[in-house]
Design a binder for this molecule. Structure first.
Ligand code: SF4
Length: 516
């Protein structure tokens, strides 16, 4: 595809852009073996940020030399050997911790530079990669965790996701985008992909072409969260399955060449879309690829990426079972055990969900009861209580340099407290983040909790939270809105309990938090 790279002539590049012109982010992959031999002290500080392109961030405090690594799991499909490899890496090098992210990826912590080449080797051996999981590049592709087994999908999207993912993996034509770039491809009619919060999303659609109904996709462009969130705009185009890769390349080229590179906080695709609007964006897109106008959208009620319990697959006699991973944190032995029972009763696959949970597919009808008797399910519940089952948390101050407060353990403790003190007939999705960024997708939660620092009445700087309510996607999509005031962290349990008691006492049966 022809491209122009007009941005190279732009004199108003921000400092990160100037640095990227000196050295491509992917070049860090060539340096890592040398740094591994010579040790952390040999890495110049001005090279630290380039590690993102390899999926690596220095965790807090940076000077201690420990890395967080994010590994791409496109569409959340994790094979048996891959799960075992991840568990072994966490056991050998990452103090046993494996976090599932809100984009179906996984994260390790506590990695040291000396071990990174071996970790790369182990990932490659099972077809996994951390390259492009962070940095100004196309990130892991979010998809339908039930792809291929889903009675609620129009088509199996696994092959399409793989094609697009491997085309962009390490592709130096697209390794210097203005900022991070997040896409999703799914044909699940319940918006398991959270389409509207991605830079580019392919969503299920059907169009009558020459008297025949063709299954394909509509596209949403320019969504994103963080401090200034935008819902993606739907373009008036229909994309056939065989055009997904070329359409992705076209939108990515537009972002690369027309996205803003002067102010870093305005560099996401959402700002370009906000300025151009969907009609102008479509016009530009059609300069790169020929696409007909829209067909019929096939979105129904949003499931927020939750699949708890036992459900029939589209293949007769087979079932998928959704399990809760409390706030997305797993330990090596649990992952090994999970892979083991998946292999015993299914085909060894584990599917990760953007709700930070997992699905085990391909369980025969006759094996469901035995599966449900496995002791691992005492902790990884298939019918979790309504707070711990619907709580999401970002990494927080434990490892993240940008965090203002602790999140993971706190979210878990709050959810357990609420479950012990209040029973309610509908789930309430609570998302906690440690700063204005959106790794825990605070903006789409029923109740969003965003960490801040504030002075208490004794003028001491303490951890506190802002509370946001009413976020949702799909029909009537909107971001949650901030309530007045700030709550000191140690008051959160009581404040949330009171808020939810009020909800329970005034709602009608079956009414969910958003309708309330
Ligand atoms: Fe760190 Fe903020 Fe992301 Fe949480 S939301 S992991 S605190 S950057």
């Amino acid at each position: 595809m022809a491209y122009t790279k007009v941005w190279k002539d732009n004199e108003k590049l921000n400092k990160e852009e100037k640095a990227k012109l000196q050295k491509d982010g992917l070049d860090i992959l060539e340096d890592i073996p040398r740094y591994a031999e010579e040790g952390f002290e040999s890495i110049p500080k001005d090279q630290w940020s380039l590690f993102k392109w390899a999926g690596l961030y220095l965790q807090k405090p940076k000077e201690d030399g420990y890395f967080m690594m994010r590994v791409n799991i496109p569409s959340g499909v994790l094979k048996y050997e891959q799960a075992l490899a991840l568990a072994a890496i966490a056991k050998d090098y990452g103090r046993d911790v494996i976090d599932i992210t809100t984009r179906q990826a996984v994260q390790f912590h506590w990695l040291e530079i000396e071990n990174i080449p071996d970790i790369f080797k182990r990932l490659k051996a099972v077809g996994l990669s951390s390259v492009g999981a962070c940095g100004d590049i196309l990130r892991t592709i979010v998809g339908n965790p039930l792809a291929g087994i889903d009675p609620n999908e129009l088509m199996d999207t696994r092959e399409i996701v793989d094609d697009v993912y491997w085309y962009f993996q390490g592709n130096r034509d697209y390794s210097n985008l203005p900022r991070k770039y997040k896409i999703s491809i799914s044909s699940n009619i319940n918006n398991a992909q959270n389409a509207e919060i991605n830079c580019l999303s392919f969503v299920p659609a059907v169009k009558n072409i020459d008297g025949k109904d063709v299954v394909g996709f509509h596209i949403y462009v320019g969504g994103g969260l963080s401090a200034k969130p935008y819902l993606a705009e739907e373009l008036d185009v229909f994309v056939r399955p065989e055009q997904v890769k070329d359409t992705t390349e076209a939108v990515t080229t537009i972002f690369r060449d027309f996205g803003y590179r002067d102010k870093r906080h305005r560099a996401r695709l959402k700002f370009l879309m906000a300025d151009w609007g969907p009609d102008a964006f479509k016009e530009k897109l059609l300069e790169y690829i020929e696409l007909p106008s829209k067909g019929e959208n096939r979105f129904e009620a949003w499931n927020a990426g939750y699949f708890y319990g036992v459900h029939p697959q589209k293949q007769e006699g087979l079932n998928y079972i959704g399990l809760n991973i409390p706030v997305g944190r797993l330990y090596s032995d649990e992952l090994i055990e999970l892979a083991g029972i998946s292999k015993t009763y299914g085909n060894g696959e584990i599917r990760t969900c953007n709700s930070q949970n997992v699905v085990i597919p391909n369980i025969k009808d006759n094996d469901v009861d035995s599966f449900l008797r496995e002791t691992l399910l005492d902790r990884l519940n298939i019918e979790p209580k309504n707070f711990i089952g619907y709580s999401v948390s970002c990494t927080g101050i434990e490892y993240c340099n940008l965090a203002l407060v602790e999140t993971k353990e706190r979210m878990k403790q709050i959810a357990n407290y609420l479950d012990e003190n209040l029973s309610i007939d509908v789930p309430v999705r609570i998302h906690m983040v440690g700063c204005p960024n959106a790794c825990g997708q605070r903006q789409i939660a029923d109740i969003g909790l965003q960490g801040i620092k504030m002075k208490n009445k004794d003028k001491q700087l303490v951890e506190a939270f802002e509370i946001y309510v009413g976020g949702r996607l799909s029909e009537a999509a909107q971001f949650n809105k901030k309530l007045k005031g700030k709550i000191e962290a140690h008051h959160l349990n009581d404040v949330l309990l009171e808020l939810l008691k009020h909800f329970k006492s005034t709602k009608i049966d079956g009414e969910d938090f958003y309708d309330f």
